[in-house]
Ligand binder design. Structure first.
Ligand SMILES: [Zn+2]
Length: 351
């Protein structure tokens, strides 16, 4: 067989093993992986001392997203270029329905923003903020068009994004009929808002700075919401996916639910696996690490790693939502004004 390209002597990484081999490419696809492939005059790349592995998929990014009073700094062009440089060849972004608006319109709008700019493969998750007959119909139409995952936010009341329990419940019911999956940003909206209000004083802000971001979001504000969403998934039989899970307790709850047979999957992100909330103690730079949910404690990090190894956590993504230092500076010492998000898509694979 003739090839268009042969990659020689690299360490080939498969899902379950790695070995030194040659890789033959034909028509843009891997056509052969063997100990030795004859090039027969086709171009050859020597990958000695290098890994040869499939392109990674980052299932959770937000490019050019209007959020926290600004727009995330990576657009679909810069963002997908960064992804490609880091070995990510597919990203999945979100198309969030305006409250009271059309889900399909949100998808069309996002596609119009992305199509002419992306330089790698991309797809979209739908984002459901409202539930009515129109949403239900559009969700089903999108499933038949290939969009099969729909995010709901259990917080962000003031932004108009929050899906209450009734919306979540009905969305999960619908997944039992159309085979899609509901993704949730799981945090307890009402208790969270209460705690933020309690700490949001000039004295507290002067004393703790960006560390208030962590003081106002104790782990129970995540694991309570994870538990609640899992309860609805269990009782409806629906399919649930927890996005950017950040606490060890939540990971244990997911592990127990999986054992019980609840149809739940979970994702965590690099920042939760590699950093701890000590980063917020840095008075000068702490706010740069502000994400939502926030980076948690050492024992959470350990709990996430343990459950990742046990396959109770299914996916590692980045939740890339980049803000440059100027945008981050908009916080001006007020932890409630930190633009939430960090870069990450370019470093997913190396890290
Ligand atoms: Zn996100």
């Amino acid at each position: 067989m003739g090839f268009d390209l042969v990659i020689k002597n690299g360490k080939v990484i498969l899902a379950d093993r790695s070995f030194i081999a040659d890789v033959g490419i034909k028509d843009g696809k891997v056509a052969a992986v063997r100990k030795s492939i004859k090039a027969n005059g086709c171009p050859v790349r020597d990958a000695r001392g290098m890994y040869v592995l499939p392109g990674a998929i980052d299932v959770h990014v937000h490019f050019q997203l209007p959020f926290c009073g600004t727009i995330s700094a990576d657009d679909f062009e810069n963002g997908t270029k960064a992804a490609a440089c880091g070995g990510v060849t597919t990203i999945i972004d979100y198309a969030i329905q305006a409250k009271g608006g059309s889900l399909k319109e949100a998808v069309e709008k996002r596609r119009a923003e992305a199509d002419s700019k992306v330089c790698i493969d991309y797809s979209l998750h739908g984002g459901i903020t409202d539930w009515n007959e129109n949403t239900r119909r559009e969700m089903n139409e999108l499933v038949s068009e290939g969009i099969t995952s729909f995010k709901m936010f259990m917080i962000y009341r003031s932004q108009g994004w929050m899906a209450d329990d009734a919306i979540l419940f009905q969305g999960l019911e619908e997944t039992t009929k159309n085979g899609s999956i509901i993704m949730v940003h799981a945090e307890s909206a009402f208790v969270l808002d209460l705690l933020i209000e309690r700490y949001h004083t000039p004295e507290m802000m002067a004393k703790y700075g960006a560390y208030l971001h962590t003081l106002t979001r104790p782990c129970y504000t995540e694991y309570e919401a994870v538990q609640r969403a899992i309860t609805w998934a269990k009782e409806t039989g629906g399919r649930l996916y927890i996005v950017h899970m950040s606490s060890g307790e939540a990971a244990e709850i997911v592990a127990r639910a999986k054992k019980e047979g609840v149809r739940v999957w979970a994702e965590t992100c690099l920042q939760y696996l590699l950093l701890t909330d000590d980063v917020f103690k840095d008075k000068e730079r702490g706010h740069l690490y502000g994400t939502c949910p926030q980076i948690k404690k050492k024992h959470d990090q350990q709990g996430l790693w343990q459950n990742l190894i046990k396959k109770n956590i299914d996916i590692v993504s980045t939740d890339t939502c980049t803000f440059d230092t100027k945008q981050k500076a908009m916080w001006e010492g007020d932890f409630t004004k930190i633009p939430f998000g960090m870069p990450g898509v370019e470093t997913l694979l190396p890290l």
